[in-house]
Design a protein around this ligand. Structure first.
Ligand code: DC
Length: 223
Protein backbone atom coordinates (compact mmCIF):
# COMPACT_ATOMS: atom_id res chain seq x y z
CA UNK A 1 0.00 0.00 0.00
CA UNK A 2 1.27 3.48 -0.90
CA UNK A 3 0.28 6.67 0.89
CA UNK A 4 1.41 9.74 -1.03
CA UNK A 5 1.96 13.02 0.82
CA UNK A 6 2.70 16.00 -1.38
CA UNK A 7 2.69 19.73 -0.85
CA UNK A 8 4.80 22.87 -0.83
CA UNK A 9 7.84 23.47 1.39
CA UNK A 10 7.54 23.59 5.17
CA UNK A 11 3.92 22.47 5.46
CA UNK A 12 4.85 19.75 7.94
CA UNK A 13 4.99 16.91 5.42
CA UNK A 14 8.11 15.22 6.78
CA UNK A 15 7.25 15.17 10.46
CA UNK A 16 3.69 14.11 9.65
CA UNK A 17 4.76 11.41 7.21
CA UNK A 18 7.29 10.01 9.71
CA UNK A 19 4.67 9.84 12.48
CA UNK A 20 2.08 8.27 10.17
CA UNK A 21 4.59 5.69 8.94
CA UNK A 22 5.62 4.84 12.49
CA UNK A 23 2.02 4.49 13.68
CA UNK A 24 1.05 2.27 10.74
CA UNK A 25 4.31 0.28 10.68
CA UNK A 26 5.03 1.50 7.14
CA UNK A 27 8.36 2.38 5.54
CA UNK A 28 8.98 6.13 5.16
CA UNK A 29 10.39 7.49 1.92
CA UNK A 30 11.53 11.13 1.92
CA UNK A 31 12.01 12.02 -1.75
CA UNK A 32 12.98 15.61 -0.88
CA UNK A 33 15.98 14.19 1.00
CA UNK A 34 16.97 12.37 -2.19
CA UNK A 35 16.92 15.60 -4.23
CA UNK A 36 18.82 17.33 -1.44
CA UNK A 37 21.48 14.57 -1.38
CA UNK A 38 21.88 14.83 -5.14
CA UNK A 39 22.16 18.62 -4.88
CA UNK A 40 24.89 18.24 -2.26
CA UNK A 41 26.83 15.77 -4.43
CA UNK A 42 26.48 17.80 -7.62
CA UNK A 43 27.87 20.88 -5.83
CA UNK A 44 30.53 18.88 -3.98
CA UNK A 45 31.79 17.29 -7.19
CA UNK A 46 31.58 20.54 -9.11
CA UNK A 47 29.31 19.04 -11.77
CA UNK A 48 27.68 21.64 -13.99
CA UNK A 49 23.98 20.99 -14.63
CA UNK A 50 24.64 21.75 -18.32
CA UNK A 51 27.36 19.11 -18.56
CA UNK A 52 25.02 16.28 -19.57
CA UNK A 53 27.84 13.72 -20.00
CA UNK A 54 29.17 14.15 -16.46
CA UNK A 55 25.62 14.22 -15.14
CA UNK A 56 24.87 10.94 -16.91
CA UNK A 57 27.97 9.24 -15.44
CA UNK A 58 27.06 10.57 -11.99
CA UNK A 59 23.44 9.39 -12.25
CA UNK A 60 24.44 5.94 -13.55
CA UNK A 61 26.53 5.26 -10.46
CA UNK A 62 24.12 6.90 -8.05
CA UNK A 63 23.32 5.00 -4.88
CA UNK A 64 21.09 6.54 -2.21
CA UNK A 65 20.46 4.88 1.09
CA UNK A 66 18.05 6.20 3.77
CA UNK A 67 17.30 4.67 7.14
CA UNK A 68 16.48 5.44 10.75
CA UNK A 69 19.31 5.12 13.21
CA UNK A 70 18.05 5.53 16.76
CA UNK A 71 15.17 7.75 15.54
CA UNK A 72 17.54 9.88 13.45
CA UNK A 73 16.74 9.80 9.73
CA UNK A 74 20.03 9.15 7.94
CA UNK A 75 20.78 9.86 4.31
CA UNK A 76 23.75 8.39 2.46
CA UNK A 77 24.77 9.03 -1.11
CA UNK A 78 27.39 6.76 -2.67
CA UNK A 79 28.33 5.54 0.82
CA UNK A 80 28.83 9.06 2.17
CA UNK A 81 26.68 10.13 5.12
CA UNK A 82 25.24 13.53 4.15
CA UNK A 83 22.59 13.74 6.89
CA UNK A 84 24.21 16.79 8.47
CA UNK A 85 24.68 18.59 5.16
CA UNK A 86 21.47 18.34 3.18
CA UNK A 87 19.43 20.85 5.22
CA UNK A 88 22.08 23.59 5.05
CA UNK A 89 20.71 26.86 3.61
CA UNK A 90 23.09 26.56 0.64
CA UNK A 91 21.56 23.22 -0.35
CA UNK A 92 18.03 24.50 0.31
CA UNK A 93 18.62 27.46 -1.97
CA UNK A 94 19.98 25.29 -4.83
CA UNK A 95 17.74 22.23 -4.59
CA UNK A 96 14.86 23.57 -6.72
CA UNK A 97 17.24 24.33 -9.59
CA UNK A 98 18.87 20.89 -9.38
CA UNK A 99 15.57 19.03 -9.03
CA UNK A 100 14.18 20.76 -12.14
CA UNK A 101 16.71 18.96 -14.37
CA UNK A 102 14.90 16.31 -16.39
CA UNK A 103 17.71 13.71 -16.29
CA UNK A 104 17.87 14.01 -12.51
CA UNK A 105 14.09 13.68 -12.10
CA UNK A 106 14.02 10.62 -14.33
CA UNK A 107 16.73 8.88 -12.30
CA UNK A 108 15.03 9.82 -9.01
CA UNK A 109 11.60 8.60 -10.08
CA UNK A 110 13.11 5.23 -11.15
CA UNK A 111 14.92 4.90 -7.85
CA UNK A 112 11.81 5.83 -5.86
CA UNK A 113 9.74 3.21 -7.65
CA UNK A 114 12.39 0.55 -6.97
CA UNK A 115 12.63 1.54 -3.31
CA UNK A 116 9.00 0.75 -2.51
CA UNK A 117 8.71 -2.60 -4.27
CA UNK A 118 6.99 -5.09 -1.95
CA UNK A 119 6.61 -2.57 0.86
CA UNK A 120 3.87 -0.58 2.55
CA UNK A 121 5.16 2.93 2.27
CA UNK A 122 4.44 6.55 3.15
CA UNK A 123 6.08 8.54 0.38
CA UNK A 124 6.55 12.26 0.75
CA UNK A 125 7.44 14.83 -1.92
CA UNK A 126 6.06 17.13 -4.61
CA UNK A 127 5.08 14.82 -7.50
CA UNK A 128 4.30 11.56 -5.71
CA UNK A 129 0.54 11.48 -6.34
CA UNK A 130 0.85 12.90 -9.84
CA UNK A 131 3.94 11.30 -11.40
CA UNK A 132 5.79 8.80 -9.21
CA UNK A 133 2.79 6.85 -7.91
CA UNK A 134 -0.36 8.03 -9.71
CA UNK A 135 -1.99 4.78 -8.55
CA UNK A 136 -1.22 5.41 -4.85
CA UNK A 137 -3.93 4.07 -2.53
CA UNK A 138 -4.30 7.37 -0.71
CA UNK A 139 -3.08 10.82 -1.64
CA UNK A 140 -2.78 13.83 0.62
CA UNK A 141 -1.81 17.37 -0.31
CA UNK A 142 -0.63 19.40 2.66
CA UNK A 143 -0.84 23.19 2.60
CA UNK A 144 -0.36 25.98 5.18
CA UNK A 145 -0.16 29.79 5.31
CA UNK A 146 3.26 31.05 4.35
CA UNK A 147 3.70 32.84 7.70
CA UNK A 148 3.03 29.64 9.64
CA UNK A 149 5.45 27.78 7.37
CA UNK A 150 8.19 30.39 7.91
CA UNK A 151 7.72 30.13 11.68
CA UNK A 152 8.03 26.35 11.49
CA UNK A 153 11.14 26.55 9.33
CA UNK A 154 12.68 29.01 11.80
CA UNK A 155 12.10 26.54 14.63
CA UNK A 156 13.67 23.71 12.57
CA UNK A 157 16.73 25.85 11.87
CA UNK A 158 17.11 26.78 15.54
CA UNK A 159 17.28 23.07 16.37
CA UNK A 160 20.37 22.77 14.16
CA UNK A 161 21.85 25.97 15.63
CA UNK A 162 20.97 28.30 12.73
CA UNK A 163 18.82 31.43 12.73
CA UNK A 164 17.10 33.41 10.00
CA UNK A 165 14.46 36.10 10.34
CA UNK A 166 10.84 35.36 9.50
CA UNK A 167 10.63 37.86 6.62
CA UNK A 168 13.63 36.30 4.87
CA UNK A 169 12.26 32.81 5.42
CA UNK A 170 8.89 33.81 3.93
CA UNK A 171 10.67 35.13 0.83
CA UNK A 172 12.77 31.92 0.56
CA UNK A 173 9.71 29.70 0.89
CA UNK A 174 7.72 31.66 -1.72
CA UNK A 175 10.67 31.56 -4.12
CA UNK A 176 11.03 27.80 -3.71
CA UNK A 177 7.27 27.26 -4.15
CA UNK A 178 7.37 29.29 -7.34
CA UNK A 179 10.31 27.36 -8.74
CA UNK A 180 8.86 23.98 -7.73
CA UNK A 181 5.43 24.85 -9.18
CA UNK A 182 6.54 26.42 -12.41
CA UNK A 183 9.16 23.93 -13.61
CA UNK A 184 8.46 22.09 -16.84
CA UNK A 185 9.07 18.55 -15.59
CA UNK A 186 6.64 17.19 -12.98
CA UNK A 187 5.92 20.45 -11.15
CA UNK A 188 4.39 20.65 -7.71
CA UNK A 189 0.72 20.03 -8.43
CA UNK A 190 -2.21 18.69 -6.50
CA UNK A 191 -3.47 15.45 -7.96
CA UNK A 192 -7.25 15.62 -8.65
CA UNK A 193 -7.88 12.76 -6.27
CA UNK A 194 -5.71 14.08 -3.41
CA UNK A 195 -7.26 15.12 -0.10
CA UNK A 196 -6.19 18.63 0.93
CA UNK A 197 -5.00 19.01 4.50
CA UNK A 198 -4.54 22.63 5.58
CA UNK A 199 -2.21 22.49 8.57
CA UNK A 200 -2.22 26.25 9.33
CA UNK A 201 -4.46 25.84 12.35
CA UNK A 202 -3.92 22.17 13.13
CA UNK A 203 -1.89 20.80 15.99
CA UNK A 204 0.68 18.24 14.90
CA UNK A 205 -1.23 15.35 16.52
CA UNK A 206 -4.41 16.46 14.75
CA UNK A 207 -2.89 16.27 11.29
CA UNK A 208 -1.29 12.90 12.03
CA UNK A 209 -4.54 11.50 13.46
CA UNK A 210 -6.52 12.79 10.51
CA UNK A 211 -4.35 10.85 8.05
CA UNK A 212 -4.37 7.74 10.25
CA UNK A 213 -8.19 7.85 10.52
CA UNK A 214 -8.63 8.32 6.78
CA UNK A 215 -6.22 5.45 6.14
CA UNK A 216 -8.07 3.16 8.55
CA UNK A 217 -11.38 4.04 6.86
CA UNK A 218 -9.85 3.36 3.47
CA UNK A 219 -8.57 -0.04 4.64
CA UNK A 220 -12.02 -0.92 6.03
CA UNK A 221 -13.67 0.01 2.74
CA UNK A 222 -11.19 -2.18 0.88
CA UNK A 223 -11.90 -5.31 2.95
O1 DC B 1 10.66 18.41 0.91
P1 DC B 1 11.99 19.16 0.82
O2 DC B 1 11.90 20.60 1.21
O3 DC B 1 13.09 18.45 1.56
O4 DC B 1 12.36 19.10 -0.73
C1 DC B 1 13.51 19.73 -1.24
C2 DC B 1 13.32 20.09 -2.70
O5 DC B 1 13.32 18.91 -3.49
C3 DC B 1 12.07 20.83 -3.08
O6 DC B 1 12.28 22.23 -3.05
C4 DC B 1 11.74 20.38 -4.46
C5 DC B 1 12.45 19.05 -4.58
N1 DC B 1 11.54 17.91 -4.63
C6 DC B 1 11.02 17.58 -5.86
O7 DC B 1 11.26 18.26 -6.83
N2 DC B 1 10.25 16.46 -5.97
C7 DC B 1 9.97 15.71 -4.90
N3 DC B 1 9.23 14.61 -5.06
C8 DC B 1 10.48 16.06 -3.64
C9 DC B 1 11.25 17.20 -3.52
Amino acid sequence: MIIAIDGPAATGKSTTAIAVAEELGFTYLDTGAMYRAVTFSVIDRGISLDDKDSLKIFLNMLDINMYFDDKVFKVEINDRDVTGKIRDPEITSRVSEVSAVQEIRKAMVNLQRQMVVGKNCVVEGRDIGTVVFPEADLKFFMVADVRVRAERRQKDLLVIGKNKNIGELEVDIKKRDNKDSSRTHSPLLKSDDAIIIDTSNLEFEEQVNLIIELTKNYKKEMT
